[in-house]
Design a protein around this ligand. Structure first.
Ligand code: ADP
Ligand code: MG
Length: 345
């Protein structure tokens, strides 16, 4: 039994979404490319812009933050500014943040026009003889209203209004977004493309083991259960969250170890809105028809979702674990073998 004042966590922060892991493997090539883009800026040249592309949870944000951290420790020639465009999605908010980093403080109040903030930023940069690199993470949030075009244009054309300005942008997106920019922007923004391929199953497991060892006490979570978590999770971020929720479930059960029932409980705590969008498409179809055979359902979605039967079936299992559907084994319609009947709950 786990005493009331005991915990399974060596450190709970290790499972936070914005935790920077001490061990960060498999991304050396990308980190090197990013450092290479910054290099000219260290020698009074102009840093290069980059576009970091990859599926969610492939280490893009962590890589950008690590490179900026390293830069801050080694040189003051470049001022790096990291922006999450989901949280700061207007040109005003973004420039206020840039001003905060360049001048050491945000604008005095919201009545200051954007043009004045820009002016202060670029005049200060010229005075300090420094370059500016702005990372626009999740830049897709800026696309709909044309804010991305506006921001990129202001930052990358600064040298026309303020001669000698040296600026670059690191944009982060899940897909190639170059076609969404105006011609005006595309003629100034020609980033180095840096790709973040999904981790292999083996790499994912290694990363998860590192996270487990840093966050939980020894023997709390077995390799076998960790593999089960990795299999049932939609991606690395989800797996890390499942690990944390499983440990919390074990703690509330006063168990010294995470058991399969705790992992199941953690899987159930996931709300459908947090499930992957592919799973939601499948769930919506099942809810419309109330009840379907798995083969029939797969035929309907396989082309639009482009997934294999194995992936499809794993999603069904996850929806079942989440309590959204019931899967029942029935005799197949053609009389040969068995099939699964799926019912919405
Ligand atoms: N190579 C890695 N080593 C250790 N942890 C990683 C690695 N790649 C990603 N992670 C972890 O996975 C989660 C998602 O990574 P993140 O950088 O936010 O991905 P992205 O920005 O591509 O969605 C974070 O918790 C991060 O610490
Ligand atoms: Mg990210």
């Amino acid at each position: 039994m786990l005493a009331a004042d005991e915990t399974l966590f060596r450190s709970q922060d290790v499972f936070d979404p914005d935790y920077t892991p001490e061990q960060f493997e498999f991304r050396d090539a990308q980190l090197r490319e990013m450092s290479f883009c910054l290099k000219p800026g260290l020698k009074k040249g102009r840093p290069s812009s980059a576009l970091l592309i990859g599926q969610p949870a492939t280490g893009k944000t962590t890589s950008a933050k690590l490179v900026f951290q390293q830069l801050k420790e080694t040189s003051s020639a470049i001022i790096p500014v990291y922006i999450n465009c989901h949280l700061q999605s207007s040109a005003y908010k973004i420039f206020s943040e840039i001003r905060r980093k360049v001048l050491g403080m945000p604008p005095p109040d919201s009545g200051v026009p954007l043009a004045k903030i820009q002016d202060e930023v670029f005049v200060e940069l010229a005075k300090k003889k420094k370059s500016l690199v702005v990372c626009l993470d999740e830049i897709n949030y800026l696309l709909p209203e044309g804010v991305a075009d506006e921001i990129l244009y202001i930052i990358l054309r600064a040298h026309e209004v303020y001669p000698g300005s040296k600026t670059a942008v690191f944009a982060i997106a899940t897909e190639d977004i170059m076609h969404t920019f105006s011609d005006k922007v595309r003629s100034t923004f020609s980033p180095v493309r840096i790709e973040f391929k999904p981790y292999s199953g083996q790499e994912t497991l290694e990363i998860l083991k590192g996270r487990r060892d840093a966050g939980l006490y020894p023997d709390v979570l077995s390799d076998a259960l960790l593999e089960q978590i990795a299999d049932s999770a939609s991606d690395l971020r989800h797996a890390i969250e499942l690990m944390k929720q499983s440990a919390l479930a074990a703690e509330s059960d006063a168990s010294k170890k995470i058991l399969p029932k705790h992992v199941e409980k953690a899987e159930k705590s996931i709300h459908p809105s947090e499930a992957s969008s592919d799973s939601m498409v499948i769930l919506t179809l099942i809810r419309e028809k109330k009840s379907m055979e798995s083969g029939e359902l797969f035929e309907q979605i396989k082309h639009s979702l482009g997934i294999s039967y194995t992936t499809f079936y794993r999603m069904l299992r996850r929806l079942e674990a989440g309590g959204f559907i019931e899967i029942e084994s029935v005799a197949a319609k053609d009389g040969k073998g068995r099939s699964s009947r799926i019912r919405a709950k």
